[in-house]
Design a protein around this ligand. Sequence first.
Ligand code: PMP
Length: 399
Amino acid sequence: ASLFTAIEMAPRDPILGITEGFNADKNPGKTNLGVGVYYDDNGKVPLLECVQKAEALLIEKLSPRTYLPIEGLASYDKAVQELVFGADSAVVQENRAITVQAIGGTGALKLGADFLKRFAAANAQVWISDPSWENHRALFESAGFTVNNYPYYDATTRGVNFSGMLDALKTMASGSVVVLHACCHNPTGADLTSDQWTQVIEVVTQRGLIPFLDMAYQGFGDGIDADGEVVRRFAKAGGPLFVSNSFSKSFSLYGERVGALSIVAASKEEAGRVLSQLKRVVRTNYSNPPIHGGQVVATTLASPELRKLWEEELAGMRVRIREMRQLLVSKLKEQAPAHDFDFVIKQRGMFSYSGLTKAQVERLRDEFSIYAVDTGRICVAALNTKNIDNVVAAIAKVL
Ligand code: PMP
């Protein structure tokens, strides 16, 4: 027997598996709503104009590809920190926050998980929402944590089971790590209200829990600042605080892998020690991040003209998703008047927990070549004015 003889086949990634099925489908009218990617009204992943202009600037002054510092491009880290916390925030002004470039939002979560495994209490456990982005559990488990779920989605109200969530927070041991979606909850689309966040921040602070805010969709909910508000409020409440953010969606830079991890400490001196240890985590994982994506984002955020263009283009994506939500609901009202889909309009971000059952999702796939996640999650950002009638007609038939 060789080293590999007894190795079992790993389970397929559930979401990527949907795309494999979609790609193999020969029906020309097929639609993939299982993805986690923004498509424009022509069904294409956009190449943002701000990105093209930033890339043109970078090509004008071609530079050698030296290694970046372990913590990434300094101008990128600074721009990200100001975007996430606000340039005038106390944590930035007092140099209490550190930000390192990461390999997408996923890489930021992994850096945070590895760091916490080394420095959180030995028995500290991690809590994620039920349900959560499917990679959260695996990421923290692979870093060595026991991962638990706190109640989140309430299928009967199609909203958040807030009392269940709050009660769970109140029973967690001090020093537990709580992963929270800063905006545009994936997969449900159900976010907390401002008042509910106030209560969460209070409990997290009182109980000495460690908040880890994951912000993969800043700008897709109510706007860049509105979506970042939760992070700022947590930062104001004092550290420690972990924030992972991603530009995969907001810059449509999926394959460039651009994200960052920020940590808020109690003082500048403490932040310096935290950064020194975080750099060791980076160094032993991949040494230092790639250059291009970080340069594109840093160039865009540093130029008033390009930044304005980015904000407009991001608003365009946000508004189009909202329009698709409205259209989906109004068309379903016509074709399936017995069913109430108004909750879809209240949901935020790219996704909707549609309420479709596993059996209905299977029928959509087998009879109509429409692909969604078994849980009923659909990507609203994959709907467009060309495919929506087909999708609505199919949903009306399987309900
Ligand atoms: N967190 C959440 C909640 C996500 O939905 C995603 C991406 N789908 C990520 C993190 C990871 O982002 P990235 O693709 O930049 O690694």
